[in-house]
Each structure stands twice: as C-alpha cells, then as structure tokens.
Design a protein around this ligand. Structure first.
Ligand SMILES: [Zn+2]
Length: 275
C-alpha cells in the first residue's frame, strides 16, 4: 500500500491536540492522495440518488468477502478491510425508496431510512468517508445510517482482492468471542470494551474496539431480546426499541447486557465457515 497518500488521508479533518484544531491538508497533498486513490473530489447527491447508488453497490459485495476481511483485519490492523462487514449488514435489507417526509417529525428526516435531509442536494465528502473507513473500520457516523456512506464503503470494499483469513487471525477472533462469553450478568458494552483492552488480543485503540463490538451488534451477535440487529430486517431510528437507558453506543449493542450473552445462531450465520 502506498503510504504517503494514506498518511495524508489519516490526517484529513483529524483533530490535533497540539494545535487544538482540526488538521487541514494542502492542495498538493490532496492531489497526491487523490492520485494514489485515497482521496476524491466532492460530489453532490440527492437522497434518492444516494439510495440508488447503495442498491447498485450492494450487488458488488459477497458475504464471505466481508467476513474474511473482517477477521483478517485483526492482526493486520487494516481498518479498511474491517469496515466492509458493517456496510454489508446495514445494507442487506435497506429499502429501495424515495424520500418520505414525515409531518410529525420536527427534523427533516426521511421516515423510511431516518436520514437527515436538509437540502435537495447535499455535498458528499468522499475523502472524509474514506478517512473514517481507514481510521474507524465502521460504515456509520453517529446514530444515523447514511446511504451514500454505505454505498461508498461497499464500492471500495469490492476493490479489495478476495482471500481467506489466516489461522492466526481466526485464533484471535475466537479469543475475542471467548472474552465476550465470559461477560458477567450485569456487564455493559463499556465493560466488554475494557475486557478486550485488558486482554490485548489485537492492536487497537478504544474507538476501534468499540466499533468492532458495534459491528457485532449490527450482525445480531450482541443484541437485546427486543433490540435486534440488521441481519433479518433494516431498523430505521423510528422503529428501534427504546428504553430509558442513555448510551452513546450504536444500536442495538447499546441495549446489550451480559445476561443476553452471545447469539450463537448469528455467529454461525456470519462466521460459521471459519470455526
Ligand atoms: Zn430515506
């Protein structure tokens, strides 16, 4: 992988503690990173164009390709490989629809997908999407599922060669599942993240471990009996089970507790071929 373009991408719009501001890059740096395929010109898309893009992009990626890359991302620390699974599962049952205004909703969100729509056409910063993909390994930004972000991540993923994870990667993945299976009855997602940090099974920071676990939530592996993942249904924000518990974690893992354990059927569906 060409390192200069990636280094520029990872700096793009990242926060610098030293200067207490968001990093900027020069025109020259943008040009270089664009030539190497890491950065892109901004585009304008409507809600409906983003949805159409996603419906096409999801045809290009197979389940085994995202699960293989997800496991292979552990020892390689390739967050871009990890990102494909979240994009895939969130897209699986994403409905092909037009923007639907909900009069009762004070925010201009689409009542079908929950996406916030302020203007007919929005400027889409694909470079920022790619920086998030390489930094965080997850295709979600905040609590909102964005069709253009999913489409971009799937399209990028379709360009990764297909391969199988190594036995060493599979061993690390099994180690993670083992750590989760030892969770105490009252453990929260935060406790899980701390347990993984203590075990040091794979190179990661707090946010990367958190996004890894959130992806297992999307895949129904870590869920709540009433707050299920996206494997069988798309779950827009207005259809999500809510309780009084506030959490910054994504849905549905935000409602997971140790007492709900691991959904073995979901593990089998997503990762059965590697066990
Ligand atoms: Zn929508």
């Amino acid at each position: 992988m060409k390192k200069k373009g990636l280094e520029i991408l990872l700096r793009y719009k990242s926060y610098s503690r030293a200067t207490q501001s968001f990093n900027k890059i020069t025109e020259e740096e943008f040009k270089l990173a664009k030539e190497e395929g890491f950065m892109f010109d901004k585009i304008m898309l409507s809600h409906n164009q983003s949805v159409d893009w996603l419906i096409e992009a999801r045809k290009k990626v197979k389940k085994t390709h995202v699960t293989s890359c997800f496991i292979s991302s552990l020892l390689s620390n390739r967050l871009d490989w990890r990102c494909g699974l979240s994009a895939y599962v969130l897209s699986m049952h994403y409905p092909h629809h037009s923007y639907t205004y909900e009069p009762s909703n004070e925010l201009s969100t689409c009542s079908v997908c929950g996406e916030y729509v302020l203007n007919d056409f929005e400027e889409i910063d694909l470079s920022f999407y790619n920086s998030s993909r390489f930094r965080n390994g997850i295709a979600i930004c905040g609590n909102e599922v964005q069709a253009s972000l999913l489409a971009f991540c799937l399209e990028q993923h379709s360009q990764i060669p297909e391969f199988m994870p190594s036995q060493a990667d599979i061993k690390v993945f099994k180690g993670i599942i083992e750590v989760i299976s030892q969770a105490k009855f009252t453990d929260t997602p935060n406790d899980l993240e701390k347990s993984l940090a203590a075990k040091k099974l794979f190179k990661s920071n707090h946010w990367q471990r958190r996004h890894f676990l959130e992806t297992l939530g999307f895949c129904n592996i870590l869920e709540h009996p009433k707050a299920r993942g996206y494997t069988a249904n798309f779950v827009p924000p207005n259809k999500r089970y809510k309780n009084d518990h506030l959490s910054e974690w994504d849905y549905p893992i935000r409602l997971w507790r140790g007492q709900y354990g691991i959904n073995q059927k979901a593990i089998g569906y997503w990762f059965g071929e590697f066990f």
